[in-house]
Design a protein around this ligand. Structure first.
Ligand SMILES: [Zn+2]
Length: 129
């Protein structure tokens, strides 16, 4: 599959973001996007989409912090006002929740960032080849 006649319509953003969140190639949706936990593959193993133009940098980490904070902060308030648990229970529970949710979201948000870049032809994703 080549990118000889690419247009914006060929790369729907919603589909690409969904595939990215599933850590799948934004082009075909079947090949794995990452090898290991966070390392981006150089190309898709199924459709040979070149993934080297991706520049996720710190974006996924910022998005992870933003989401985890906005999910857990209100939950922390509601949990405390409702149950009034011991401080160590609160610290233990929300510490585990924050780490777990961050580890879950980080690779998925990296997939989303790469998928957005792919869908909008950023950083060389528009070049055929
Ligand atoms: Zn692919």
């Amino acid at each position: 599959m080549t990118d000889q006649s690419i247009t914006l319509e060929n790369r729907p953003m919603g589909q690409a973001v969904l595939r990215g969140f599933q850590c799948k190639c934004p082009n075909c949706g079947s090949g794995p996007l990452l090898k290991g936990y966070l390392t981006l593959r150089e190309e898709c193993t199924v459709c040979r989409q070149d993934l080297t133009p991706a520049r996720a940098d710190d974006g996924p980490a910022y998005l992870t912090i933003l989401l985890v904070g906005h999910i857990l902060a209100p939950l922390l308030h509601v949990f405390f006002t409702t149950f009034r648990p011991e401080p160590m229970v609160m610290a233990s529970l929300f510490g585990v929740l924050a780490v777990g949710l961050s580890l879950f979201l980080l690779p998925r948000l990296k997939g989303v960032v790469v998928a957005i870049q792919w869908a909008r032809y950023m950083h060389g994703f528009g070049r055929s080849g």
